[in-house]
Design a protein around this ligand. Sequence first.
Ligand SMILES: Cc1cc2nc3c(=O)[nH]c(=O)nc-3n(C[C@H](O)[C@H](O)[C@H](O)COP(=O)(O)OP(=O)(O)OC[C@H]3O[C@@H](n4cnc5c(N)ncnc54)[C@H](O)[C@@H]3O)c2cc1C
Ligand SMILES: NC(=O)c1ccc[n+]([C@@H]2O[C@H](COP(=O)([O-])OP(=O)(O)OC[C@H]3O[C@@H](n4cnc5c(N)ncnc54)[C@H](OP(=O)(O)O)[C@@H]3O)[C@@H](O)[C@H]2O)c1
Length: 417
Amino acid sequence: MSDNWSAKNPYMTRITENYILNGEGSRKETRHIVFELGDSGLDYKVGDALGVVAENPPHIVEELLSVQGWDRDASVTTHNGERTLYDALKKDFEVHMANKKFVQSLAEKVVSSGMNISMSMVSRSRNNSTWVASSEEKTPPSLLPSSPSDDPASKVEAINADTKAVEDYLWTRDYIDIMREFDVKYSPEEFLELADRLKPRLYSIASSHDAHPGFVELTVGIVRFEYNGRARGGLCTQFMADEIDMSGAPIGVFMSPTKSFILPEDKDTDIIMVGPGTGIAPFRAFMEQRVHDGGTGKNWLFFGDQSEKTEFYYKDEIESWIDEGHLYRFTTAWSRDQEEKIYVQHRLKEHGAEIWEWFERGAYFYICGDKQYMAKDVHRALIQIAIDHGGMSEEDATHFIEKTMMREEKRYLRDVY
Ligand SMILES: Cc1cc2nc3c(=O)[nH]c(=O)nc-3n(C[C@H](O)[C@H](O)[C@H](O)COP(=O)(O)OP(=O)(O)OC[C@H]3O[C@@H](n4cnc5c(N)ncnc54)[C@H](O)[C@@H]3O)c2cc1C
Ligand SMILES: NC(=O)c1ccc[n+]([C@@H]2O[C@H](COP(=O)([O-])OP(=O)(O)OC[C@H]3O[C@@H](n4cnc5c(N)ncnc54)[C@H](OP(=O)(O)O)[C@@H]3O)[C@@H](O)[C@H]2O)c1
């Protein structure tokens, strides 16, 4: 069997386990999802990511066909060849979220549909011999919209005025909302020209292949939201959560190996892992691998999420690693279990002296999870630890964390998204 699986040629497999990790009453839906690797020949190491090729939710495709009055069986040609319009909308393009190109295209559509309205009204007037328009003449005042804000063309212009305005507009609306709002029609070809091609999503692998031969496991935060009375969400997370379980349909996967986010070669080296939320995924894999490999290196895991009661993912496994002596330290940051927010970087600073000792002994430092806020705050906390416990100036501390540990010694490693 080929092991040349890729984004363009994914291995079609099935999900064998798919369950929610959160306790009752949680605001989140984080799932543990297991894929069979069957006869694919696919292998992976801890730290790698899995690529998943999803499809659009059927109800969005159906609504789009209906709003535009398109024939689902019409034949269209896409980057993936000739197929029915239904299949193209379901599998080849991201139709669950609208893009800027589409909003920009409204400028032409809305102006010309505005003109169509005016001209059809004008020609009716002409037939009634009450008013005759020449191409130079202005639209009669009675045919103008009552206020500029009601004028669709002005609305489109305002939305496209700057990047922030387009982003704000797109945050709460998808193609269907926009098509309804402006009552615009596109041919399937016009629409497919504007829509983005469907891209696979990557997920940090949450299992060691040595511990789970023939399977690959993920920790996935399902993205769901609702606007304009319509349930919506993320393409890939909803597909894995909803569609695959219900239909048993095959799902495409491929491996995305890492060169840098790897365990130390020396199994006796200590490691510190910081993985709040779904950031725990690769560290479950690291722990499984360290247990399997049996070195003397100590493991220290920092984990956190909203509440201990509802977000203590992999509690049983973590407790048994502690009981069996595999997890030397386990430090938690439950952000919403008290009035003040407690985050992993607060815990890192509290344990600054000990972390610095670990760094001096050559420990590796790993971080996984939110790139926008958490990773930046943890990075600042590390610099602060070097200042407070390494007696360094801010400049030297920054140099030590960013140049020495990260670039030269390659023992500050990140998997952030
Ligand atoms: C290397 C790597 C590893 C990763 N590992 C993991 C992992 O282990 N677990 C995990 O869960 N994810 C992981 N991710 C993230 C993952 O790849 C996807 O980005 C994520 O699952 C969302 O994909 P989606 O297709 O469901 O959502 P998409 O269809 O891509 O939609 C997400 C987008 O929805 C929009 N959005 C979100 N919330 C709202 C809202 N309330 N209102 C309006 N718009 C909104 C935002 O623009 C957001 O970017 C990783 C990413 C990378 C790059
Ligand atoms: N949650 C989802 O549905 C979902 C799905 C897919 C991808 N994502 C993205 O994937 C990343 C991880 O999401 P996740 O659900 O795993 O976890 P998350 O939203 O990052 O939350 C995990 C923990 O981090 C805390 N946190 C918030 N801001 C922080 C900061 N500046 N520094 C440190 N900790 C902070 C959160 O606290 P509070 O929440 O109490 O502030 C929570 O306790 C995020 O970028 C997220 O946008 C999220």
